[in-house]
Design a binder for this molecule. Structure first.
Ligand code: AMP
Length: 281
């Protein structure tokens, strides 16, 4: 496996691979790997000849009050895990190479970026779309694998690819969970043992909603209030949002008559965790 840190070197590798007819898959990440990341890499391996994993804690997708500085990093461990999975290249550029001082170009997916995390994290999806477009231009993948844990991100990137006529297939991968249901996340490292116990309430709330809808409760206003109460009954929790949206355009849903995205963002102590589920009527 190769570790490439320079943008220019990554471009040369990709140009050569393309010339040789190699099908390239990209898995964009911010590193500090867990089983969720590794599952995306394994999926990528089944879809392409060569897999590139990017590791880049993208500064422009973090707000000024967010955890850019504290975000966990361990390149050595990540590289060895990627190698075990059979990744061909780890691309770990530095921020100055990606965003030199003169940098001034951004991509914005206007509507899909507005609700949910977009409303709570202004500029976040502009940063995500911009870095993904840059990574696509540098790595030149035929396809890129994204986790559905970041459901809105998946939609934003897919929209950008369609709108800008990019030749990258965007593949979604289901959410990988811990045994008790907590969605794996690099940010779970922020949780104290007591907070970790509470953190399972996101997944439990999703399951509770699924059950209630199955039993006939379709009014999302009532569901939202019941879920909020349920989550707040766990210590260290603060609800950022609980929303029901249509899974394609993210338009608000008042009554569940079609498969509906239930998306949650909850602070557990300092850690802001997200999770989601498609709820069938
Ligand atoms: P991150 O490093 O958190 O930016 O995530 C990199 C990629 O891994 C994104 O496409 C995420 O959606 C995906 N990912 C993160 N956690 C999970 C998970 N628990 N299950 C599936 N995909 C995940």
């Amino acid at each position: 496996m190769r570790l490439i840190k320079e943008v220019s070197q990554m471009k040369i590798w990709s140009e050569n691979a393309r010339k040789n007819g190699v099908r390239i898959a990209l898995v964009p990440t911010m590193g500090y790997f867990h089983e969720g990341h590794l599952a995306l890499m394994r999926k990528a391996k089944t879809l392409a000849n060569k897999v590139v994993v990017s590791i880049f804690v993208n500064p422009i997708q973090f707000g000024p009050q967010e955890d850019l500085k504290e975000y966990p990093r361990d390149l050595e461990r990540d590289a060895s895990l990627a190698q075990e999975v059979g990744v061909d290249v780890v691309f770990a550029p530095n921020a100055k190479d990606m965003y030199p001082q003169v940098y001034q170009t951004y991509v914005e997916v206007t509507e899909l970026s507005k609700p949910l995390c977009g409303a709570k994290r202004p500029g976040h999806f502009k940063g995500v779309a911009t870095v993904c477009l840059k990574l696509f231009n540098i790595v030149k993948p035929h396809l890129a694998v994204f986790g559905l844990k970041d459901y809105q991100q998946f939609l934003v990137v897919k929209r950008m690819v369609a709108d800008l006529n990019l030749d990258v297939e965007i593949v979604g991968h289901p959410i990988v969970r811990e045994k008790d249901g907590l969605a794996m996340s690099s940010r779970n490292i922020y949780l104290s043992p007591e907070e970790r116990k509470s953190a399972v309430c996101l997944y439990k709330a999703l399951c509770l909603a699924k059950e209630k809808v199955k039993k006939g409760l379709k009014d999302t206003n009532i569901l939202q209030k019941e879920l909020e109460e349920f989550i707040l009954s766990h210590p260290y929790t603060k609800v950022d949002y609980i929303e029901f949206r249509d899974p394609e355009h993210l338009i608000e849903v008042r009554e569940i008559t079609e498969p509906t995205l239930l998306a949650l963002a909850v602070f557990i102590g300092k850690a802001r965790l997200i999770d989601n589920m498609i709820i069938e009527p």
